[in-house]
Design a protein around this ligand. Structure first.
Ligand code: CMC
Length: 425
C-alpha cells in the first residue's frame, strides 16, 4: 500500500477500507478505486464522470480554476501564438516539438497522404443533397478501413504512425469533400504546393481552373483555431475515442465515434449554435430578454458558448480567440452587429449573479463562430473545423492508450433502478 491512502468507513458495518492515493505531476491527487467493488462489494456512482479520472495521461493538462491549458507541458498561448498547427500536431503525436527538418518532413508525409481513394466518391455520391457534413465526415472516416486495409497491425508502432499520419492528412480532404458534395459543388483535390491549413481553405472555396485568393491572415486565423482545438484531455469525444479503442477496434472506427460525440451542441456543435443564437438574438436590444430565458430554470434555452465542465474561470482558448477576433475585426470583416450582441451578452453575464455564482464564463465556441463566419466558412462546417483541429489529439490519446500495458476495456457499471423478477413463474 502506498504512503498516502484514503480511508472509507461504511457506517452500516463500521468496516474501514483503504484506497491508494496517486500523485500527478500537477493537479489534484487521485484516489485509485479500481479495487473498490472487489473490497467493498459496492459500485461508485459519478453522474457525467465529474470526479472520475478515467486514465493516466501525459498529453494535456487543464487547470480549470486557473484557466490554464498545456499540451505536453507547453502553454496553449505559446503554441497558438508562436507555433503552427502542424508543429502542435507533431508535438501531440511525437511527444516533442519538431525541428525545422522534422516539420518539413512531417508536412511532406501528410501531403503524400492527403488524397482519398477515387472510389470513395461513390460513397459521397450516395448521400442526399443537404446532408450535414458532420454525418458525411463520420461515415467517410469509418469507411476508411475498407479502402485502406494495409498497415492495420495495431501492435506495430510504425503501422500505428502510418495510420496516424493517414488520418490527420485525409480528414481535411474528406471534410472539404463532405461540404462540396452536400452542396452539389465540384470537389477540389488537394494542392500539394500549399500548406496544411491553406490547402483546406482552398479545397473548401476553390473552383476548377480558377485561382482562389487566400490571404495569409485568413490562413493564420484558421491555423490558430485548429491549434486551440488540438486536444483537451478526457472530454466527451476523446472519451468516446478511448472507449472504442479499448475494445481493440480499428482507429478509423474510434475516430468516427469521436466525430459523432463531438457533433452535439453541448460539445463541438456549440460553435454553430453560438452563431445561430447570435442571429436569433439579432440586436443588442434583445440581449436582456435572452439572458432572462437562459436563467429561467423552466426554459430549456441555454446561452451557447457559455459554461464548461472543467473551466470555472476564463477558458484560456477563449481569451486567445477574443484577442484574435478583435485584432482581425477590420481585416476579416467580422460581423460588427453580432460582435456588439456578443459583447453585450458577455458584459451582462459576467456581472450577473446567476452566471457568476455558477462560474459560467465564455468558452472557446463563443468566439470561434464569429471568426469562422468572417472566414466565409459555412455554419454547418463549424463542427467539422473542430474535428480537423481535434484529430491529432484524438490520435495521440489513442496511441497513448495502446501503449499502456495494463490497458483494460472500458466497461462501467450502473445503479440499476428497473424492475426485478417480472418473468411469470
Ligand atoms: N446557459 C445557462 N445556464 C447554464 C449554462 C449556459 N450555457 N451552462 C450551465 N448552466 C447552468 C446549468 O443550468 C446549471 O444550473 P443549476 O445548477 O441551477 O442546475 C449549472 O449552470 C451547471 O451546469 P451543468 O449543465 O450541470 O454543467 P456541465 O458541466 O454538466 O455542462 C456544458 C457543461 C458546457 C455542457 C454547459 O455549460 C453547456 O451546456 N454550455 C452551453 C454549450 C456550450 O457552450 N458548449 C461548449 C463547451 S466548450 C467546447 C468543448 O470543449 O466542447
Amino acid at each position: 500500500m502506498p504512503n498516502k491512502t484514503l480511508t472509507v468507513t461504511d457506517n452500516r458495518t463500521g468496516k474501514s477500507f483503504d484506497f491508494p492515493i496517486l500523485e500527478p505531476t500537477i493537479g489534484p491527487d487521485v484516489v485509485d478505486i479500481s479495487e473498490f467493488y472487489k473490497n467493498t462489494g459496492m459500485f461508485t456512482f459519478d453522474r457525467g464522470f465529474t470526479s472520475t479520472a478515467s486514465c493516466r495521461s501525459r498529453i494535456t493538462y487543464i487547470d480549470g480554476g486557473e484557466g490554464k491549458l498545456m499540451y505536453r507541458g507547453y502553454d496553449i498561448s505559446y503554441l497558438a501564438t508562436q507555433k503552427s498547427f502542424l508543429d502542435t500536431a507533431y508535438l501531440l503525436l511525437h511527444k516533442e516539438l519538431p525541428t525545422k527538418e522534422q516539420l518539413d518532413s512531417f508536412s511532406l508525409e501528410l501531403k503524400k497522404r492527403s488524397f482519398v481513394h477515387e472510389s470513395m466518391k461513390k460513397l459521397f455520391d450516395a448521400f442526399p443533397d443537404n446532408a450535414h457534413p458532420m454525418a458525411i465526415l463520420s461515415s467517410a472516416v469509418a469507411a476508411l478501413s475498407t479502402f485502406y486495409f494495409d498497415h492495420l497491425d495495431l501492435d506495430s508502432p510504425e503501422e500505428v504512425m502510418e495510420m496516424a499520419h493517414r488520418i490527420v492528412a485525409k480528414i481535411p480532404t474528406i471534410a472539404a469533400f463532405s461540404y462540396r458534395y452536400s452542396n452539389g459543388l465540384p470537389v477540389i483535390y488537394p494542392d500539394l504546393s500549399k500548406g496544411f491549413t491553406e490547402n483546406f481553405l482552398y479545397m473548401l472555396r476553390g473552383y476548377p481552373h480558377h485561382h482562389v485568393e487566400l490571404s495569409p491572415i485568413e490562413v493564420q486565423a484558421l491555423d490558430t483555431i485548429f491549434t486551440l482545438h488540438a486536444d483537451h484531455e478526457q472530454n466527451a469525444s476523446t472519451t468516446a475515442v478511448r472507449v472504442v479503442a479499448s475494445t481493440h477496434a480499428h482507429p478509423y472506427a474510434a475516430i468516427s465515434a469521436g466525430i459523432g460525440a463531438l457533433w452535439g451542441r453541448a460539445h463541438g456543435g456549440a460553435n454553430e449554435s453560438v452563431i445561430r443564437q447570435l442571429e436569433l438574438i439579432d440586436n443588442v436590444d434583445n440581449v436582456e430578454k435572452y439572458i432572462a430565458k437562459a436563467k429561467d430554470p423552466n426554459d430549456p434555452f441555454r446561452l451557447m458558448g457559455f459554461g464548461h465542465r472543467v473551466y470555472k474561470n476564463f477558458d484560456p482558448r477563449a481569451t486567445i480567440l477574443k484577442k484574435l477576433r478583435d485584432r482581425l475585426s477590420d481585416e476579416l470583416n467580422i460581423n460588427s452587429q453580432y460582435v456588439e450582441v456578443a459583447n453585450k451578452i458577455e458584459q451582462i453575464a459576467l456581472n450577473d449573479e446567476y452566471f457568476v455564482s455558477r462560474n459560467l464564463y465564455p468558452n472557446i465556441d463563443f468566439y470561434s463562430g464569429l471568426i469562422l463566419d468572417a472566414l466565409k466558412i459555412p455554419k454547418e462546417m463549424f463542427a467539422v473545423i473542430f474535428v480537423i483541429g481535434r484529430t491529432p489529439g484524438w490520435i495521440a490519446q489513442w496511441i497513448e492508450l495502446k501503449e499502456q500495458p495494463d490497458m483494460k476495456i472500458a466497461r462501467p457499471r450502473q445503479l440499476y433502478l428497473g424492475p426485478n423478477d417480472r418473468t411469470p413463474q
